[in-house]
Design a protein around this ligand. Structure first.
Ligand SMILES: Nc1nc2c(c(=O)[nH]1)N(C=O)[C@@H](CNc1ccc(C(=O)N[C@@H](CCC(=O)O)C(=O)O)cc1)CN2
Ligand SMILES: Nc1ncnc2c1ncn2[C@@H]1O[C@H](COP(=O)(O)OP(=O)(O)OP(=O)(O)O)[C@@H](O)[C@H]1O
Length: 197
């Protein structure tokens, strides 16, 4: 199969992600959150960078409410860097109290407390696309590739979060691409640390 360019794939997969609606989205989200809960409990993940959904990404509000541990949300900085700020799991992504949003309209935490990436147990990374080997396609600005490249020492786990319909047979891989350790979807969990490349 000819590998389509990342930009074309990104466009198609963002549309597919957005097209999931109504009850199918509700059900897929609940299933995904159940699997995520089992995985994070099983791996004893407590301090975790999550995200507030945009552009049709799976919402994590149900998982957040049940999570027993600290939540950190990405804040976009100049030079495509991310900082991780403390958030209350119960209200992290609520739009009720006029939250702080970034230039993309994504909710960020207004809490000044920050945590270095390498002190976290895991990062939950919203995906545009993924394959069975844990290769990842994101929004294309390199925020997560740059952040994951800085991992050292205890290395937080990179856990991709996506709907099953965002899986493709294979993805073009560039030298800077940072693969995932796990992918959690509504239909299963991929342990990419075990899959041969
Ligand atoms: N929920 C969530 N939070 C996240 C990310 C994400 O993918 N999802 N990010 C993951 O990186 C970072 C934000 N990165 C983003 C990168 C590109 C675009 C985006 O919409 N780009 C437009 C062009 C818009 C513009 O330049 O003004 C586009 O490509 O259509 C949005 C967010 C940090 N927070
Ligand atoms: N460690 C890094 N240092 C500097 N630039 C980087 C680094 N990692 C990635 N980049 C840049 O970021 C961009 C990432 O593009 P790519 O299409 O691979 O994004 P992506 O797979 O959607 O991932 P992301 O979710 O991180 O945006 C590329 O232009 C790349 O050169």
């Amino acid at each position: 199969m000819l590998k389509p360019e990342k930009a074309a794939l990104r466009k198609a997969l963002r549309s597919r992600r957005k097209a999931l609606g109504g009850f199918p989205r509700f059900q897929a989200t609940r299933r995904l959150e159940d699997r995520l809960e089992r995985l994070t409990r099983g791996l004893s993940i407590t301090s975790v960078a999550a995200y507030c959904a945009f552009d049709g990404e799976p919402e994590l509000d149900g998982w957040l409410k049940r999570h027993r541990g600290q939540i950190w949300l990405p804040r976009v900085l100049p030079d495509h860097r991310l900082a991780f700020h403390h958030a209350d799991p119960k209200s992290a992504c609520s739009r009720r109290r006029l939250p702080r949003t970034n230039r993309f309209g994504i909710i960020e935490s207004a809490d000044p407390r920050q945590r270095g990436l390498n002190s976290l147990d895991a990062l939950l990374i919203p995906l545009v696309g993924f394959d069975a080997h844990g290769n990842r396609l994101g929004m294309g600005a390199g925020f997560y590739d740059r952040a994951l490249a800085q991992r050292h020492g205890r290395r937080p786990l990179a856990i991709g979060v996506a709907f099953a319909c965002q899986e493709v047979d294979s993805l073009p891989v560039d030298p800077w691409d940072q693969p995932l350790d796990y992918v959690v979807t509504d239909t299963g969990v991929i342990d990419a640390r075990r899959s041969p490349d």
